[in-house]
Design a protein around this ligand. Structure first.
Ligand code: URA
Length: 254
């Protein structure tokens, strides 16, 4: 094909194209792509659906426990709601939920700390050595869990190696304890040991607190030495006896 350009013009244009980056020729004549008819627009490839992992919503175990506890209207439901609560790590290491024992119509409700090995195995609170001592203490003032006392713990699951319950565990399970007390409606609470005082009085220092009536969960509450402490420190039984008499006097007087 004869070129309409003279040699020098053609060479100048070629050099200009090389300068622009042209490195190879793909046709003898240029293609004006602007004048070509529009090609059917290719359907865009569907973008692979982006799988964005759901952002774990902030779970507030205390709030969930509070809602679950609020929803129950009987002790059976409360026990079931606690058994269904999956946000406390202690549950994973425990054999049983230790809910309560005794008479739910009782005037006295005892709140202990947490199940130990024996309680975990049996699924009942205060069945080990401390529990046997507790029964003897109650008997001494004519009380018994068969008829006149209801017993539970701050935590329904045994902490590993019987370590002290942590504040976050106490806080998480407290709504269940509060509901427990509301459903039983005892006249008085007995708070066994520091953990129990910490949970419902927000106070520690059992040696100072014991034997003095306080108010917990809108009820008269008396802190006492924990029977497990009395097993280790038998000399403290004298004070425990005084506290039992104080409890008896309260029940006789009211
Ligand atoms: N100590 C507690 O506080 N509760 C139990 O159930 C057993 C031991």
């Amino acid at each position: 094909m004869e070129s309409a350009l003279d040699y020098h013009t053609a060479r100048t244009l070629l050099e200009w194209q090389v300068e622009l980056g042209v490195s190879e020729t793909i046709g003898d004549s240029p293609v004006d792509r602007y004048s070509l008819p529009d090609k059917a627009t290719k359907p865009k490839k569907a973008k692979a659906e982006q799988i964005v992992p759901a952002k774990p919503r902030d779970v507030d175990p205390v709030d969930i426990a509070r809602r679950a506890a609020k929803a129950v209207t009987s002790l059976e439901h409360l026990q079931a709601a606690m058994a269904a609560f999956e946000l406390c790590e202690l549950k994973k290491g425990a054999r049983n939920l230790v809910f309560a024992d005794g008479n739910p119509e009782a005037r006295v409700m005892i709140i202990g700390e947490a199940p130990g090995r024996d309680e975990d195995r049996e699924g009942r609170p205060f069945v080990g050595r401390a529990g046997q001592l507790l029964d003897r203490m109650l008997e001494a003032i004519d009380l018994s869990r068969e008829s006149s006392v209801y017993v539970t713990n701050v935590l329904p699951w045994r902490p590993p190696q019987n370590r002290d319950p942590r504040p976050d565990e106490i806080g998480m399970l407290k709504p269940f304890l509060e509901r427990h007390v509301e459903l039983v409606k005892p006249e008085v609470l007995v708070l066994m040991g520091n953990i129990s005082c910490q949970a419902v009085l927000a106070k520690r220092g059992i040696t100072r607190l014991r034997g003095k009536w306080d108010t917990a969960l809108n009820l008269p509450a008396i802190p006492m030495f924990h029977p497990a402490y009395l097993l280790r420190q038998p000399q403290a039984k004298r004070q425990a006896w005084a506290d039992l008499l104080e409890l008896k006097a309260k029940l006789m007087g009211s």
